[in-house]
Design a protein around this ligand. Structure first.
Ligand code: FMN
Length: 326
């Protein structure tokens, strides 16, 4: 059974990537991920604000620094240097110590001076760079295009800084994800991750306070990215596609491959079941391939789209009576 596949020009031993989270923020766990059989991993994102040192503003709000601005400068500079140093050291150690590609991740919201940091990430040994971009509208005056232009400008700036492939991890808050995908491709991106699952705010009605709701996904959440993976594949935008959100088992992984994903990322399930669960998911994939008589991933990747009826089915968003008829 051959699970080899290609993503962002990288040769991967299978399609399973561990996505960016606290699980990929420490060397020990990164090593465990390598041992468990993942094909690649995305290191915990560094925030643009950590790179630029924009924590300065927050520091100045604190009483202890209020009276002595120089102290804030010193703390701020140290903090900035420390974040950046720790991050590049982690990438460097991870890429030297494990045999699988290490993908760096930067969480960014603006096209600023921080983009030069991408070069340091490359120098540290990252095989690719994932831009984790979630730009939320600030007010009623910003148009969708205003916001999308920022995504495109960031990608254009980043691809000038590095030779390693760049992918963009998107959320699903776009009127037309296919169009932003096309624009990102034209700007120089090689891949897209569909989709990030953002922080969710909830309310505790008894305590009357805000809650940090539903940190981890459920397996039912796979259907949203599944739709867009299929549509991205159908449109032949030319971006490599990595599916994220709601993949909790082998059948989730297989569904995304059938819809046309090049790779599939997992996170929440590893929080619940442990990093070793990676080998269980991969075992399920090989069992299924054996049962179906497939020898390579390419034998069935995107197979669900061969039927033109299926291609259009992913466009349907309204329920119709016949959907309920047996
Ligand atoms: C605790 C936690 C931390 C995360 N941190 C990051 C991050 O730093 N960068 C990022 O791109 N995604 C981050 N994510 C999102 C995950 O990479 C992933 O896209 C999301 O959890 C959906 O995948 P899942 O359904 O397999 O969990 C985080 C998710 C969780 C739960």
């Amino acid at each position: 059974m051959n699970l080899n596949c290609k993503y962002l020009g990288l040769d991967l031993k299978n399609p399973l990537i561990v996505s960016s989270s606290n699980l990929t923020g420490e060397l020990e766990q990164i090593q465990a991920i390598g041992k468990a059989g993942a094909a690649a991993l995305v290191v915990k994102s560094i925030f643009e604000e950590q790179i630029t040192g924009d924590s300065r503003h927050q520091l100045l709000q604190k009483e202890e620094y209020f009276w002595f601005k120089d102290a804030a400068d010193v703390v701020d500079t140290l903090q900035k240097a420390r974040s950046v140093q720790l991050h590049t050291r982690l990438i460097n150690e991870a890429s030297r110590q494990i045999q699988i590609p290490v993908i760096a991740s930067i969480n960014c919201v603006s096209n600023g001076n921080w983009v030069s940091y991408a070069h340091q990430v490359e120098q540290a040994g990252a095989s690719a760079l994932e831009l984790n971009m979630g730009i939320f509208p600030k007010d009623q005056y910003q148009s969708g295009k205003d916001i999308e232009d920022v995504y495109v400008d960031i990608v254009k700036s980043i691809v000038h800084q590095v030779k390693i492939p760049v992918s963009v991890k998107l959320g699903h808050y776009f009127t037309n994800p296919l169009n932003i995908g096309k624009k990102l491709k034209e700007a120089g991106a090689q891949g897209v991750v569909l989709f990030n699952r953002y922080y969710q705010t909830d309310i505790d009605i008894h305590q009357m306070k805000l809650l940090n709701g539903h940190i981890y996904s459920t397996a039912a959440e796979i259907t949203l990215p599944l739709r867009w993976v299929a549509l991205f594949q159908r449109e032949k935008i030319g971006l490599d596609i990595s599916a994220s959100t709601g993949v909790h088992n082998a059948s989730g992984l297989i569904k995304q491959l059938l819809a046309g994903a090049d790779t599939v990322q997992v996170n929440s399930v590893l929080y619940h079941k442990g990093i070793e669960f990676i080998s269980h998911i991969l075992g399920g994939l090989t069992d299924w391939m054996q049962e179906k008589g497939y020898e390579h991933i390419d034998d069935f990747k995107g197979a669900i789209l061969k039927d033109p009826m299926n291609q259009t089915a992913f466009e349907r968003i309204q329920f119709m009576k016949r959907n309920f008829e047996v």
